[in-house]
Design a protein around this ligand. Structure first.
Ligand code: NAD
Length: 470
């Protein structure tokens, strides 16, 4: 598939193969673009600022609704393509596409609400006699850089709010899962003037970095790993930057938890998308008094998971993004076992598949829980008290989301209050998000928020206009 720059299809001399991780088949190729194409895309986005700037908010909103209708018309095709490029079960791809449709609807609504406010300057000692108000104006050119695990919806969480605020966009999807978002960009381009949306594909270190360092780009909206996010922060200069980074989310099971509910939380949180979820359950912190019963039930449920062809509607666990990713998970689990952890079920790799794995006797210093393990692994750490559970939960560089299971209202609220994370759910696992809620982590999990209304705040600059009436 070609890139889309200024409404035209553009290729490059080098091509990268996009492979289906389940069959190994090449499903398509995309250009490995170099700096010349990045410059073309940036110029197209700069030149299109006036065309979108002249559109009324009403028209921008209607056009976003038109893209929303198109996305609905193409939803089956996009879900299949998503499963082919990422290896996630088709049911999960359908959920991602449906959420993308919702993100677009929310953005079409929000396009009509880019309000400013009046500011009483007379609240300052010298501000009497003014009438002042703020305007929220577009930033200009937004570069969106996105990861492989939810390549469509996470890209739309940037593209749609950016356009709702009348910015122009360059999207750089990951080379291993670029196709669904490139198709989506074509749909956007059918509704908006050429250059409002552009795609560039290539290596992050080359085309991604060129976007990050270009003086003509006004905003970087990035979702991906902490390592890349820190690099981008150091390279972006004075640009506005939003960083949605990795997570190492805890799930706390306190002594009076509803154990069945907590087990369900792990099932829906640790194995979703083969564990490749930023807000996936990555550390299970269980009170030792109920650990045996909880673990037994978790192992029994985990053993029922059907791993296999991601296109099969009964499949629950598909492949990881590629064999290298599965090997990394295998190595991390094997190292944990060498350090004293015990595999209760799972633990085997087959190509790009890795079995759903319950790991017991995990201690907080093991790499499997110190770092973000991006695979279907449920590591259990036992604790003796609520104090210790909170301490272990917070003992990490990450702070994306968290979940606490307890029937004790006071303990639940205390954990919610004391856990350092962007979101804490009580009686729900961290792996839950609605597309309108503020989403974004504390600590090294990032800076800035997404969730359409909140993403809009990251896509505008505020200007004050003051009239001296005296
Ligand atoms: P990654 O950081 O390797 O890549 C993300 C994107 O950055 C890709 O498009 C890549 O090409 C680009 N990139 C790489 N080097 C770059 C550079 N020097 N300059 C500019 N761009 C560059 O991440 P990944 O492996 O694709 O995704 C997995 C990670 O993303 C995990 O850590 C996961 O937790 C995180 N993630 C976070 C969220 C969130 O909302 N917080 C959501 C999904 C994934």
């Amino acid at each position: 598939m070609d890139m889309l720059i200024n409404g035209k299809h553009v290729s490059a001399d080098d091509l990268a193969e996009v492979k289906n991780p389940y069959t190994g088949e090449v499903i398509d190729t995309v250009p490995v673009s170099h700096l010349n194409n990045v410059d073309l895309a940036i110029d197209a986005a700069v030149n299109a600022k006036d065309s979108i700037g002249e559109m009324s908010a009403f028209k921008v909103s209607n056009k976003l609704y038109a893209v929303y209708e198109k996305l609905k018309d193409n939803k089956d095709e996009l879900a299949e393509l998503l499963t082919k490029e990422v290896g996630k079960p088709i049911n999960e791809s359908v959920v991602e596409v449906n959420r993308s449709i919702e993100t677009l609807r929310l953005s079409a609504e929000e396009a009509k609400r880019i309000y400013g406010e009046t500011v009483p300057l007379d609240g300052g000692i010298n501000g009497k006699g003014f009438f002042a108000f703020t305007q929220r104006v577009p930033l200009g050119v937004v570069a969106a850089i996105t990861p492989f695990n939810y390549p469509l919806n996470l890209s739309i969480h940037k593209i749609a709010p950016a356009i709702a605020c009348k910015n122009t966009v360059i999207i750089k999807p990951p080379l291993n899962a670029p196709l669904t978002v490139m198709k989506f960009a074509e749909l956007v381009n059918e509704e908006f003037p050429d250059g409002v949306i552009n795609t560039v594909t290539g290596y992050g270190s080359e085309v991604g970095d060129a976007l990050v360092t270009s003086p003509k780009v006004d905003k970087i909206s990035f979702t991906g790993s902490v390592a890349t996010g820190l690099l981008i922060a150091s390279r972006a200069g004075m640009k506005k930057v939003t960083l949605e980074l990795g997570g190492n989310d805890p799930l706390l099971v306190l002594k009076d938890a509803d154990i069945d509910k907590a087990v369900k939380g792990v099932m829906n949180g640790a194995y979703l998308n083969a564990g490749q979820v930023c807000m996936g359950v990555k550390r299970i912190i269980v009170d030792e008094s109920i650990a045996d019963e909880f673990t037994q039930k978790l192992v029994s449920e985990t053993k029922k998971i059907k791993m296999g062809n991601p296109m099969d509607k009964n499949t629950v666990l598909g492949t990881l993004i590629d064999e290298d990713a599965a090997r990394m998970v295998e190595e991390t689990v094997n190292n944990a076992v060498k350090a004293g952890a015990k595999i209760l079920t799972g633990g085997k790799r087959d190509g790009a598949f890795y079995e759903a794995t319950v790991l017991d006797n995990v201690t907080p210093d093991m790499d499997v829980v110190v770092n973000e393990t991006f695979g279907p692994v449920a590591p259990i750490i036992k604790v003796k008290s609520v104090d210790e559970a909170i301490k272990v939960a917070n003992d990490t560089e990450y702070g994306l989301q968290a979940g606490v299971f307890t029937e004790n209202f006071r303990d639940g609220l205390r954990c919610a209050n004391e856990i350092e994370a962007g979101t804490v759910f009580v009686n729900k696992q961290s792996t839950f998000r609605t597309d309108n809620m503020p989403f974004g982590g504390f600590k090294n999990s990032g800076t800035g928020k997404e969730g359409v209304k909140y993403a809009v705040e990251e896509m505008i600059k505020e200007k004050l206009i003051g009239l001296n009436l005296r």
